[in-house]
Design a protein around this ligand. Structure first.
Ligand code: NAP
Length: 333
């Protein structure tokens, strides 16, 4: 067995600010506690919440690492007491509470999933955050059913590109909103049935026209602001709207709630990071049963935008903040 070093290189947030505040640091290699495993990180996914954390708008929850990085893939190198799902040398991918931008990272044994051979380690590092967010919000909270229509705002995002594939694999119809023709083409190629350029088209009118006036059964919204009232217009009777972010910067909105009553809508939302380990383990168990076969067969794969070396994490954030990316950005460690 490889001897573990005492120290490791990580990317820390030297102070709240722009991408330039992401700087290499030396930290002690963490020791896994009960129910935890230590993973030698080979790839770490970059997510929009990392950008928010870096700029000071999204502090880590109590007890979590102060380092950015919410998902990793790598090799198990040490086991904490009672950790029995994985063994030393296994290749795993996992959601982590923070600390993914590092050579070594602690994961919960119950949240780490075996990497299927159909995935490269970089693809595996791009999966856990989006897969768990989409699974929980679209299927568990939104209750999307085969034959129903899902409207995804931000269709080309890491979250959106995973949601397109899962909803199509489970037999639903998918409409996305995007900000450019390139993004529309990428979403259609991934399987979306319709892509709406929100800069030139009114998504409410297009969704209504595409559903014979019925509207979307489930809406995954990461934009907020004036989309909230417009989502109520675009939703079908008994529709479910799931709020996962406010990229517009506007969590407050002027909403006509009579639409909620008349259409019997459900408007819900959630945020993954502060959920308990038990909640996250339950999501992983459901994903292992229902989604892992799709990953093993290669029917669902993250759409990869770009890979940066760990020490170029600032460039990865710059790319994300241009919003030019389509799919996932990953750090190779
Ligand atoms: N609640 C949760 O549990 C949870 C978990 C993970 C992520 N999230 C959230 O989900 C969202 C997507 O995450 P991600 O990592 O997949 O993001 P991402 O890959 O960076 O994609 C975000 C995309 O949203 C689109 N967008 C639409 N309106 C926008 C606006 N006003 N400002 C900026 N972008 C806008 C952009 O594409 P266009 O060019 O098409 O506009 C952008 O590429 C983020 O807001 C993230 O915080 C929530």
């Amino acid at each position: 067995m490889e001897k573990l070093p005492a120290q490791m290189t990580v990317i820390g947030i030297s102070k709240p600010g722009g991408p330039e505040v992401l700087l290499p640091e030396t930290r002690s290699v963490p020791v896994p506690g009960p129910g935890e495993i230590l993973v030698k990180v080979l790839a770490a996914g970059v997510n929009r919440p990392d950008v928010a954390q870096r700029s000071g708008a999204y502090p880590p929850p109590p007890g979590a690492s102060d380092l950015p990085g919410l998902e990793i893939a790598g090799e198990v190198v040490a086991l904490g007491a009672g950790a029995s799902r994985h063994k030393i040398g296994d290749k795993v991918m996992s959601l982590v509470a923070g600390g993914g931008y590092a050579q070594y990272c602690i994961a919960q044994d119950a949240q780490a999933m075996t990497v299927p051979p159909a995935l490269s380690m970089q693809e595996a590092g791009a999966i856990p955050e989006t897969l768990m967010t989409v699974w929980h919000n679209v299927f568990e909270r939104g209750g999307l059913q085969p034959g129903e229509t899902l409207l995804i705002h931000g269709g080309s995002s890491g979250i959106g590109t995973m949601a397109i594939q899962l909803a199509k694999a489970f037999g639903s119809r998918v409409i996305v909103t995007v900000g450019s023709k390139d993004k529309a083409d990428a979403c259609l190629k991934l399987g979306a049935d319709k892509a709406i350029n929100y800069k030139t088209e009114d998504f409410v009118a297009v969704v209504k026209a595409a559903t014979d006036g019925a509207g979307a059964n489930v809406i995954l919204d990461m934009v907020g602001g004036d989309y909230i009232d417009r989502n109520y217009d675009a939703a079908a009777v008994d529709g479910r709207i799931v709020q996962i972010a406010f990229l517009s910067g506007q969590p407050k909105a002027n909403v006509n709630f009579s639409k909620l009553m008349v259409k019997r809508l459900h408007h819900t939302g959630s945020t993954l990071r502060p959920r308990s380990n038990a909640d996250k383990a339950a999501m992983v168990a459901a994903i292992e049963a229902k989604v892992m076969p799709l990953l093993r067969e290669g029917r669902v794969k993250p759409l990869m935008d770009s890979t940066f070396p760990l020490e170029k994490a600032a460039d990865a954030h710059r790319r994300m903040e241009t919003s030019a990316h389509i799919g996932k950005i990953v750090l190779a460690v």
